[in-house]
Design a binder for this molecule. Structure first.
Ligand SMILES: C[C@@]1(CC(=O)O)C2=NC(=C\c3[nH]c(c(CCC(=O)O)c3CC(=O)O)Cc3[nH]c(c(CC(=O)O)c3CCC(=O)O)/C=C3\N/C(=C\2)[C@@H](CCC(=O)O)[C@]3(C)CC(=O)O)/[C@H]1CCC(=O)O
Ligand SMILES: C[S@@+](CC[C@H](N)C(=O)[O-])C[C@H]1O[C@@H](n2cnc3c(N)ncnc32)[C@H](O)[C@@H]1O
Length: 243
């Protein structure tokens, strides 16, 4: 059985990837990565200038992202076929030589590689190199702590229904909202309803080129990039500052 190594790349700044991922990428002969059709892909962009000249690249282009609703049968069938196809191709390739799959952030944290990982069991030796999740890069970009004392941190997806968003926003101390993109107006409304809007920050492309950090209440756009996270920092218990 060949080996498939998935390298977590961290939030975007190449200096935030692990030494192990760096080594795997620089010595790789076969490199695969996900991307939206017609775009360079964040994972591929992060490793610009790191790949060996003779490397073979495999761009795994999503057949759809927002064109079909993710709850529809058509979307599920289309994505299942896409993952099945790439799992078979990578397993065959790995018979000859190691394959490195690139993944922005951490592969096991809402990463596309999870869908290949499931399908590759028993067909290849699969290893995952952890990466710093995007949200860590984002809260560090704000230069403020995210949790103190007993704070409960909840990670939400902007794709959740409005009522679910609002319920969690009311109960948690610190908040991370991912998959913001075109869901931004709904995320904003839910934060307002939960009384959290004034404490919320929008971090677009955290640690990537074009990074933008703004108080969410000051943003009037209906949309933001897919690579954007909304944060509410916890204010939990801590010893008082005496001086
Ligand atoms: C459908 C939707 C729903 C949802 O997120 O649940 C969804 N992606 C959406 C949008 C979207 N996706 C992408 C862009 C362009 C970004 C750009 O180029 O700017 C846009 C925006 C756009 O097209 O406008 C590309 C992309 N997506 C993933 C990666 C790789 C990675 O991150 O690993 C990359 C490459 C990024 C790169 O590196 O460039 C990964 C995932 N995306 C998934 C689903 C899951 C897989 C599908 C499945 O199996 O269901 C998974 C694995 C996440 C998971 O399963 O949690 C949501 C619509 C929400 C809505 O309705 O608004
Ligand atoms: C499919 S998930 C992938 C998560 C990734 N595996 C991780 O560990 O962060 C994509 C979502 O992650 C968030 N994200 C990841 N990295 C980010 C970054 N550097 N800046 C802003 N958002 C980011 C965005 O909310 C985006 O919609």
């Amino acid at each position: 059985m060949g080996r498939i190594l998935c390298a977590g790349l961290g939030p975007g700044d190449p200096e935030l990837m692990s030494v192990r991922a760096d080594r795997a990428i620089r010595t790789a002969r076969h490199v695969a990565y996900f991307r939206k059709r017609g775009r360079p892909g964040q994972a591929r962009r992060i490793v610009d200038g790191m790949l060996a000249p003779e490397v073979q690249e495999y761009a795994m282009e999503y057949p759809v992202t927002t064109e079909l609703h993710f709850g529809s049968a058509e979307y599920k069938a289309c994505l299942a076929a896409f993952y099945d196809d790439w799992a078979a191709r990578l397993a065959a390739l790995a018979q000859q030589q190691d394959v490195v799959v690139l993944c922005e952030g951490d592969p096991f944290f809402f990463g596309s590689f999870m869908h290949l990982h499931t399908r590759l069991q028993g067909r290849a030796q699969v290893e995952v190199i952890p990466g710093m999740p995007g949200m860590v890069g984002c809260w560090s970009a704000t230069q403020l702590p995210i949790t103190w004392g007993d704070d409960v941190l909840v990670v939400l997806m902007g794709t959740l229904p409005d009522a679910e968003l609002e319920r969690h926003m009311r109960s948690a101390d610190a908040l991370v909202v991912m998959k913001t993109g075109r869901n931004l107006p709904r995320v904003r409304r839910a934060l307002q309803a939960a009384g959290r809007l004034d404490a919320a920050w929008l971090v677009e492309r955290g640690t990537m080129p074009g990074e933008r950090i703004v108080p969410l209440a000051e943003v009037d756009g209906a949309d933001c990039p897919y690579f954007a996270i909304v944060l509410v920092h916890g204010q939990g218990r801590r010893p008082e500052v005496l001086e």
